[in-house]
Write a protein that binds this ligand. Structure first.
Ligand code: HEM
Ligand code: HEM
Length: 185
């Protein structure tokens, strides 16, 4: 391996990229679990937990918009030269899709609630309101956004399984330092 290659293999994502990555990843995984856990609970408890679900989800939406703007202004580190061409291609495709879905998933949730309530603001953990969009109630549109929200959540889970399998394969089998590029320590 040449000197430049060694530097590329050792290069890491910046603190900004790492902070966005883990904040958004943890919030999405927690929100996925929360929505499914809340499904079979009695109505009052279900509504309380879904209140937390929408507030976490709107935080993901805000963070994701900031992350995309930030990413367009900052270059990621060079790819690890030990990765094969197909690995680079697959990982790149999954990363691009992730950038679309981390916005599309909470956005469909927001639009589902907007069309269902006729533009109600979203309570953000009791600290303030995320504004609603003034509109008439539209049940069919709300059902459509609900379907989209569910489908996107499953596509996201499938991508996450591939993404995590890739990360652990590089860590445990190839031992090529890929995981360390995105870890805060
Ligand atoms: C829903 C959760 C997650 C999302 C949306 C997500 C998204 C992303 C994105 C978009 C990138 C590319 C960053 C860029 O180039 O701008 C990335 C990189 C990375 N992610 Fe995740 N991620 C998630 C969860 C995880 C988890 C649980 C792990 C570890 C087990 C992980 C490990 C990594 C690693 C190691 C990289 C760097 C890959 C490289 O250097 O090529 N991610 N992730
Ligand atoms: C990015 C984070 C989010 C994730 C990972 C997520 C995930 C999920 C999942 C897995 C479900 C269950 C799907 C089903 O089987 O029907 C769900 C339901 C739901 N989500 Fe989200 N969601 C997110 C953001 C949001 C946002 C921002 C809102 C609204 C502002 C929202 C509103 C809802 C509602 C109202 C339901 C219940 C739908 C129903 O009862 O049919 N979600 N979400």
């Amino acid at each position: 391996m040449s000197n430049t290659d060694t530097n590329a293999a050792r290069s890491r994502y910046s603190h900004g990229a790492i902070t966005f990555h883990w904040l958004i990843a943890l919030a999405i995984i927690a929100n996925w679990i929360l929505a499914h856990y809340a499904e079979d609970l009695p109505k009052a408890e279900h509504e309380r937990l879904m209140g937390t679900h929408v507030a976490i989800g709107m935080s993901v939406l805000i963070l994701s918009v900031l992350r995309v703007i930030w990413r367009l202004m900052h270059k990621p580190p060079p790819p690890n030269p030990e990765h094969k061409a197909w690995e680079r291609l697959l990982a790149g495709l999954i990363h691009k899709l992730f950038y679309v879905l981390i916005i599309a998933l909470p956005l469909t949730g927001y639009l589902m609630v907007q069309t269902f309530t006729g533009g109600m603001g979203i309570d953000m953990f009791g600290a303030g309101q995320f504004p609603g969009i003034a509109m008439a109630k539209d049940k069919p549109a709300s059902e459509l956004f609900g379907e989209l929200h569910e489908v996107i959540s499953y596509v996201m889970a499938a991508l996450l399984a591939l993404h995590v399998a890739g990360a652990w394969k590089h860590h445990l089998v190839d031992r090529d330092g890929t995981m360390g590029r995105m870890l805060p320590f």
